[in-house]
Design a protein around this ligand. Structure first.
Ligand SMILES: Nc1nc(=O)c2c([nH]1)NC[C@@H]1CN(c3ccc(C(=O)N[C@@H](CCC(=O)O)C(=O)O)cc3)C=[N+]21
Length: 296
């Protein structure tokens, strides 16, 4: 291994401390407590772990956490009713509806029903449009976390070749927008891209968000490149369940200049950015100055 391991867990801890400090100040100066509502429909064990972690970290930062666990058979209309109530609730500054939703519910309809000002996931079409046109938006947590790690590691990203593998609405597309805003030359590549190998080899920065275990190996990586692994895949190996990324860590670490591990890389940053976004949403709702170190 020649690469520097980018410690997302440690960096997320500093972000959370920053959030906690601002939250304490909001309370003492203005009597305001930011609140985050997390909605989970159905019983996916992995999702329940994430929701529990989000609730715990929200409270640890001094914010209020509201958890809504709904039955898998909840109708779209019932879920829309809950969103309406959360939109109207002044103690709720951020709303996150855990994805994926059951198939009988149309995700886009739900995401677009969330008040854009409370859309801490940044998935509402208004926020997508604002980000795409360079206006002030709520920025999706995972890409924001990746950007914070990249800025911290590289400093200025100006002029770098950035390749984003994956074109999802939750990671690939918003990630590309953020990198473009920081003056990278951005390529979004995906399963239909021709000559993927040479595209990846051109990258100073590779962000991998395709959802396939260990699909990117070291032989494609330009020596010294920075590799950000967004994948979280649970696989069976040697009779044990193991968490691996979309990057084959050992081979990639022999080529890369810096690389994020899984676990302990992007994942913890995602939750830290959710807390940061909740604080930002609260400040905007109250017309108070927002902490600039916590936004894109
Ligand atoms: N509306 C919505 N917004 C989300 O942000 C969202 C979602 N839906 N659905 C599910 C995914 C998944 N997700 C993760 C967050 C943190 C870790 C995380 O902290 N992972 C730890 C390991 C956790 C473990 O051990 O399982 C790590 O990478 O170190 C993982 C996954 C957010 N998601």
């Amino acid at each position: 291994m020649v690469a520097t391991k980018i410690d997302g867990r440690a960096f997320a801890e500093t972000v959370r401390q920053d959030v906690a400090r601002h939250v304490a100040q909001l309370r003492s100066d203005h009597g305001v407590t930011p609140g985050l509502a997390v909605v989970l429909v159905g019983e996916d064990p992995a999702s329940e772990v994430y929701v529990r972690n989000k609730g715990k970290q929200t409270r640890e930062c001094g914010m209020a956490s509201f958890e809504h666990k709904l039955d898998a058979a909840t109708s779209e209309a019932e879920l829309l009713g809950l969103i309406d109530r959360l939109n109207a609730d002044p103690s709720v500054h951020g709303i996150l509806v855990q994805l994926p939703l059951p198939l009988h519910i149309e995700s886009n309809k739900i995401l677009n029903a969330i008040d854009p000002a409370k859309d801490v996931d940044g998935f509402h079409i208004s926020n997508v449009g604002l980000l795409g046109t360079g206006q002030k938006a709520m920025v999706p947590c995972t890409p924001l976390g990746c950007l914070m790690l990249l800025r911290h590691h590289h400093g200025k990203l100006d002029g770098l070749n950035a390749v984003v593998l994956g074109r999802s609405n939750i990671v690939g597309k918003p990630m590309a927008q953020l990198l473009l805003r920081d003056n990278c030359t951005v390529t979004i590549a995906h399963s239909h891209s021709r000559d993927l190998e040479s595209i990846v080899r051109s990258a100073d920065i590779v962000i991998v968000a395709v959802g396939r275990p260990e699909i990117l190996t070291g032989d494609w990586i330009r020596p010294g490149a920075t590799v950000i692994d967004v994948g979280i895949n649970r696989i069976e190996r040697d009779g044990k369940t193991k968490l691996v990324g979309d990057v084959h860590f050992d081979s990639a670490a022999d080529m890369a200049g810096a690389i994020t591990p899984v676990p302990g890389g992007v994942g913890p940053m995602t939750i830290a950015c959710l807390l940061a976004n909740t604080l930002t949403a609260c400040c905007r709702a109250k017309g108070l100055p927002e902490p600039s170190s916590l936004t894109a």
